[in-house]
Design a protein around this ligand. Structure first.
Ligand SMILES: C[S@@+](CC[C@H](N)C(=O)[O-])C[C@H]1O[C@@H](n2cnc3c(N)ncnc32)[C@H](O)[C@@H]1O
Length: 261
């Protein structure tokens, strides 16, 4: 597609997003997508992930694909779910965690804790997702004292997570999707504040056809079998003493939001 047409499309999408944000309820994005600076470490990681490249083929740069595609869509689906008083955010299985920089600038400069892998292998190359995420936030005006990047494989992970409490916990395509809810159950029970909100994607176990094709996903879960979506949902509702709301569904997962009693 020609660059003139691309530019036209970007401008159109930016204006549409701007209008939608002002006409609907929820956080307003004060950091425009065109302002975002992406460090080389993050670009290298994104380029190694086919999913980020294939999703929006008409956009060429991988950073644009990620921010104007995945992050913009996620932003749209969560902006009305984030408590406005949020002072502390936890992103579990964040990847480079692009959405957190928008949350930081839309809220009152909350503390941002994110968990992923310091060593993540992709096509034979090891990427430090934590370092890439920290650099992405720093480059985009998040002060270092507001950033806590934690390695999922650290022995102290759970005790480090429990040093803080959280008003908003986000886990897109990660908790209950890429890895089991049970891994973070205790932290969520203990460290999410009352009125705090969790947004997470629960893998759909009832869609056997999709699951059979997605061997990678089934293999990621514990050997005693993948818990059913209904079971995981009931467990989360029990842990939060509240009813979850379904934000949307895809073939592979249900995005839920739940506010702790
Ligand atoms: C499908 S990606 C989603 C990334 C990001 N949330 C997004 O939506 O773009 C799942 C992420 O979970 C991370 N991950 C895998 N096991 C994890 C664990 N036990 N704790 C935290 N993160 C983990 C992976 O490294 C990967 O970055």
């Amino acid at each position: 597609m020609s660059s003139v047409l691309n530019l036209f499309l970007y401008n159109y999408q930016e204006k549409k997003r701007f209008l939608e944000e002002r006409l609907s309820s929820g956080l307003v994005n004060h950091y425009s997508f065109s302002q975002v600076k992406v460090p080389q470490k993050a670009v290298a990681f994104l380029e190694a992930n086919q999913e980020y490249i294939n999703e929006y083929k008409y956009i060429h740069s991988v950073s644009e694909t990620y921010f104007r595609g995945r992050i913009a869509d996620d932003w749209k689906s969560i902006r009305s779910l984030v408590p406005s008083h949020t002072k502390s955010i936890l992103d579990i299985g964040s990847g480079i965690g692009g959405i957190n920089l928008f949350l930081f600038h839309a809220l009152d400069k909350p503390l941002i804790t994110f968990v992923d892998k310091a060593k993540r292998e992709q096509n034979g190359i090891i990427y430090d997702v934590i370092a890439a995420g920290e650099e992405l936030l720093s480059l985009n005006k998040v002060p270092s004292e507001k950033i806590i990047g934690l390695d999922a494989s650290s022995e102290q992970l759970m005790s480090d997570l429990k040093k803080h409490t959280y008003d908003f916990v986000l886990s897109t395509r990660a908790l209950a999707f890429t890895f089991p809810y049970s891994l973070y159950k205790n932290v969520l029970k203990e460290s999410v504040n009352s009125r705090g909100v969790l947004v997470t994607d629960i893998v759909k176990t009832e869609n056997q056809k999709v699951l059979e094709k997605d061997k990678l996903l089934t293999d990621r879960f514990s050997s005693d079998g993948m818990p059913s979506s209904q079971k995981v949902l009931a467990e989360i509702e029990d842990d939060f003493s509240a009813k979850a709301k379904i934000v949307f569904e895809t073939k592979r997962f249900i995005r839920i939001a739940i506010q702790k009693a």
